[in-house]
Design a protein around this ligand. Sequence first.
Ligand code: ATP
Ligand code: MG
Length: 391
Amino acid sequence: MKEIILCKYGEIVLKGLNRGSFENELIKNVNRRIKPLGNFKLRSGQSTLYVIPQDDEADMDEVYERVKKVYGIAKVCRAVRAEKNMDSIFEVACECFGDILLGAKTFKVVTKRSDKSFGMTSPEVSAELGGRLLSKFHRLKVDLYEPEVTVVCEIRDEGAFIHGAAEEAAGGIPVGTSGRALLLLSGGIDSPVAGCMMAKRGIELSAIHFEAPPYTSERALMKVERLAEKMSEYCGRISFYTVPFTKIQEEIKNNCKEEYFTLIMRRLMMEIAQRIAEKNGLQALITGESLGQVASQTTAAMVTTDAVCRIPVFRPCIGLDKKEIIDMSYRLGTFEISIEPYEDCCTVFTPRHPKTRPTLEEVEKAQAEFDFEALIEEAVENTRVKTIKTY
Ligand code: ATP
Ligand code: MG
């Protein structure tokens, strides 16, 4: 029994003339993820990517888990190919489902026929296969509404494919089809979610993290790197920039009015992030901000941070509740890492009474108490970069 994996396309199928380039990007991404696991042939046809192992070496459980996390794929299933005739279909269905059907009480057959030249209609195939299975497994009954086992038979150009109910995959469109952006990645819950949301819309991610040693520890940085590594299961490889931010934070503290600390810090983060973006061909910034979550995330506060931005800032969490963001982070697998209690540079010099309704003029005035330009340049100069990937 030779198992293959069927990856059903999501939104790609709605693309017009440039659909081919979306498919190519998807195939490249899938290939990159599973290549270390063995030898595969990848073939695209009828809105599906066929992942076909070329030998018996590959760990198909792991292949399945990996392709499930590739953006651009809406559903996945493990299938076995049969010839396009009822004898072969029945034989393969018995091979795949024999053991399960022996122990089950109810089942149903679902047939999908994308090869319209096949001589029987979908209901006819379901009735025929269902009938044969019933006569082989005497204790079975058909239950169309809540069956214990669903046997799916797809009649495609390439052959007939037998599998169970397909599982939801990552959805979205392939990473690399929407340009490149730089995610401001803290150790919190929101920013990894924001990054994955944009990767799901086809963005190739880089990440930038601001550290403030000795106020923040080496282990805090390692936590953020582990977050990026977890994200890369979905987003693919990530260029990870680490910016030394201590001097800037100290000068904010020494020179600026306390109630504006956070806003000035955020403006300087945006400035540095932009310069790194511009140097590396990244077209936009991404943050994990959510409206009203904290003082620096009110509309008035964002007016003051956006005022220093020359490139678009994507804030995909902006309209989400914390609970919704937590649910997403849980599903992505970043939640467990995010809640580890390490310090973040934002929390080092938090004002006791941050301004929630600052005006741009006030913030600019408070920031003008010190000339940060030389320190900004120095921070950009001393930024380190490494590539992060899971596999
Ligand atoms: P998160 O859960 O993502 O940390 P948050 O709710 O804690 O977000 P803030 O700490 O105000 O919010 O940060 C808002 C956004 O600023 C973050 O989502 C992230 O994009 C960015 N950010 C904050 N701290 C850092 C940092 N040390 N390095 C890089 N980006 C940061
Ligand atoms: Mg934070």
